[in-house]
Each structure stands twice: as C-alpha cells, then as structure tokens.
Design a protein around this ligand. Structure first.
Ligand code: LLP
Length: 416
C-alpha cells in the first residue's frame, strides 16, 4: 500500500514503522491500517467525482470496514456513509457521521431497523421490496414522519465477477426487477409520507470494467426520469502483482458520471458507494509462522487464517504473502521456497495463499498479507475460539491501537 516500502535491508515498513517491530509490539495476527492511505484514497474519490460533476456524492459502503476509527476518518474526509443494518447505523453515528449523510440499505430490514433510521433522520432509505414499503408506511404514520427514499432496482446485468458478489442479475434477492419496480414507483409516488428521490442499483463487487454500469443505466432508464441515481459501488482492486487491474478512480468516476449524462442528461445527483476501493489497499495483516512442514508440497502454517480473512475460502480470493524481513523481489533467489500458506483452523479449505514464494520460511517468521482492508476485519469471526485481531492505525512512524485484540474473556462475555 501507499506509505509502505521495503528498506535497503529488505525489511518491510508500514506507515513509517518497521513491520517486525510492529509485530513484536502488538502481537499477531493483527491488521495495520496506513491512515494516510485511507485519507488519500477518500480524497481521490471526492476530487474525482467533484471534477466529473458538481452534483456527485461519494458514500462509503461501510460494510467493507465497519470500525469506529475508520468511520471517523472517512467522516472527516467529507464523504457520506452507507449502512446495511442497525449495527452499522449505530457505528456510523458513533464514528461521527451526521444523519443527513447516512443511507440505509438492506434486503430484509426489520421494523426496528427502519424505525431507528427514521428516528435518527437518515438521509435516505433504499427501499428493497414491497413488504418494506408496507412496514415503512406504518412506521411513518405512527410517528407522523416523512422519509426520503431511493428504490433499489435489479437491472438484469451481471458483471464479470464471482457469483457470490454479483447482485444485479435477473434473479437476485436484491431489489425490484424492472417490472415490479414500475408498480412500486407508482405506489411510492402516491405515498403521503414517502418522498421518492430516485433509483439505486448495485450490480456487484470487485468489478474491473465500466461497460456493465452503462447497461444497467439503460435498463433503469425505462422506469422514467428521476433527480437522483445511485450507481452503487463495485470498483475492484488489484490484490496480486499479476492480478487484474481496475480502472483508476478518476476513470471510474468520470465514466460513471458520463454514462448518467448520456442516458439522462446533465444535472443529476449521482451517488457512488465505494467500499473495497476505499479501504482495501490501506491495510496489511501480519501473521507469525507456527510450523513449516513438508508433505507433497511445503505447508507454512500461521497463527490466523479463515477467522481473520474469509475471502480465500468464500471466493477463492488470491493474495500476496511475504516474510517481512526477507521480502522477495521480482527475481527468485535460491533459498526461495514455494509453499501453501495455511491458517490454524480445522478445515483443509483454510488456505490463505496457494503456491506462495517465500524466502526460506521458518518458525517465528512474521508474514505480511497486503490489501486486507476490505471485508477482512468486517467478516472476522471467532471460529475455533480465536479471539479476533486488533486494528492498529499507523501514520508517520507512530502506531496506535484503535480496536484492541479480543480476549479469551470476551469469548465468554455473553454467557448467561
Ligand atoms: N453498495 C451496496 C448496496 C453494496 O451491497 C455493496 C457491497 C457496496 C455498495 C460496496 O461494494 P464494493 O465497492 O465494496 O465492491 N464480502 C465480499 C464483498 C461483498 C460486497 C457486498 N456489497 C468480498 O469480500 O469480496
């Protein structure tokens, strides 16, 4: 990530700190967030969308990294916030987002979540289904309140990504298909308490091409002309040196705005909801090697795994991994070893990186996996009684814990 470099001795530095010293001080596994990287990327999004259109807005899809300190940094950088549950809404408020900058999502919002959002006076609720409209009408009537909404439409477009994170196809659980959307739009327009501002779609995640957004806009253009178009998130990131490269933030922003203008003309309020592209590259995870074993291949086992990074297991996601004080360069050296780096969990699928090239890996080595700032901490779990790792912000040579490591006592904290 930006702000991270390898020094002359081949040792990794993170946010101006020596990685090996960070591992000694804070233990492993642990997530290290380069705060400057997070801020720089947020600023790049804001500037790119502002340059593309004065009426564009950037909203952080906070499911990617829902931790108070991350909310706080992104609120300070002047972007909005998308929350997908009451829990994320509470965290966003705690992190300092103003209700007028918050958007509530979800395909199964409960009565409690809708009431909380209405009472908190969030900017928009993104309506997903007809049952939710019933529930929202009742909640608003009981409170004599009004609410602005967007309607989520599934435009029937499937970008080239993993099926588990493709969300806009013809048979998805998210939103209204265009047929059903017509009826819902008529109903929302007739509502006395709901103000329909426009359309939302989110076609998927880890997207590398821009054409599917144009196809989605053409599909929703049949529903009429609105003031607001929220085009969801989805901009992919590069996880590995030889992995696919996404368009730049500038290309992405200008293409999304241009596509809206092509279909609907200028002056629309265009909203974008990046998650991954804002946070992924800000963060690295450090692990410590616990065992090196030779089977058919070499297996390097570390002190974390699917409890701190579920993505390899869920999506066959690929990552880089390296020894922090013997970082491999582009040229292989003769004591490099190709190994499977595996976690500590009781499943064969708990594989962090397949066929990793590591320099002479041995017990006690500290390993680094870059690009873990999106959906890592977010999907962390306590499988096999693993306390979840801390989140540590690093900046200008200083490190501070923003989420402490879970303790063994925390694991029993809810026992009754
Ligand atoms: N907006 C909505 C309505 C979403 O559902 C999502 C992500 C986003 C925005 C942000 O998408 P992004 O810019 O991060 O691609 N756990 C998976 C990703 C699931 C994404 C869910 N929705 C992963 O680790 O790849």
């Amino acid at each position: 990530p930006l702000g991270t470099e390898v020094d002359a001795r081949g040792r990794l530095r993170i946010g101006g700190c020596d990685a090996l010293e960070l591992a000694r001080e804070f233990g492993t596994p642990a997530y290290f967030v380069v705060e400057d990287d997070l801020r720089t990327r947020a600023q790049a999004f804001v500037e790119a969308f502002r340059a593309a259109s004065p009426t564009a807005e950037v909203v952080f899809a906070s499911k990617a990294f829902p931790c108070t300190a991350v909310y706080r940094v992104l609120a300070e950088e002047g972007i909005g916030c998308d929350v997908a549950s009451a829990g994320e809404l509470a965290s966003a408020l705690r992190g300092g987002f103003a209700p007028r900058d918050i958007h509530l999502h979800g395909n199964a919002k409960t009565e409690e979540e809708l009431a909380y959002a209405v009472e908190a006076r969030v900017r928009e609720i993104v309506v997903d289904n007809a049952d939710e409209i019933d529930r929202l009408e009742r909640i608003l009537a009981e409170r004599d309140a009004r609410q602005r909404v967007l309607i989520r439409v599934a435009p029937g477009v499937s970008p080239d990504t993993h099926p588990s994170i493709s969300t806009g196809g013809p048979n998805t659980k998210f939103g209204f298909n265009p047929e059903a959307a017509r009826d819902a739009i008529a109903r929302l327009r007739a509502s006395e308490r709901i103000d329909l501002e426009g359309i939302h779609f989110h076609i998927g995640s880890q997207i590398m091409e821009l054409a599917p957004f144009g196809a989605a806009l053409r599909a929703v253009s049949e529903l009429g002309d609105f003031g607001t178009y929220n085009l969801g998130g989805g901009l992919g990131v590069q996880y590995t040196v030889d992995g696919p490269q996404p368009p730049s933030i500038e290309e992405y922003a200008s293409a999304k705005v241009r596509l809206v203008e092509e279909v609907f003309g200028p002056g629309k309020r265009v909203i974008d909801e990046p998650g991954r592209a804002l946070t992924a590259r800000s963060t690295v995870t450090l692990y410590t090697v616990q065992s090196v074993k030779r089977n058919v291949v070499t297996w390097v086992a570390v002190d974390g795994g699917m409890s701190d990074n579920l993505r390899p297991m869920l999506y066959d996601a690929r990552y880089e991994i390296d020894v922090v004080d013997r970082m491999t360069g582009p040229q292989p050296s003769e004591d490099d070893v190709v190994a499977h780096v595996t976690g500590k969990h009781c499943e064969s699928g708990d594989l962090l990186v397949r066929d990793a090239r590591l320099n002479a890996p041995r017990v006690g080595d500290v390993l680094v996996t870059p690009v873990t700032g999106a959906y890592g901490h977010a999907m962390a779990n306590t499988y096999n009684g693993s306390p979840r790792p801390p989140v540590i912000f690093v900046s200008g040579g200083d490190a501070r814990v923003v989420v402490r490591r879970e303790t063994r006592e925390d694991l029993f904290a809810r026992d009754v």
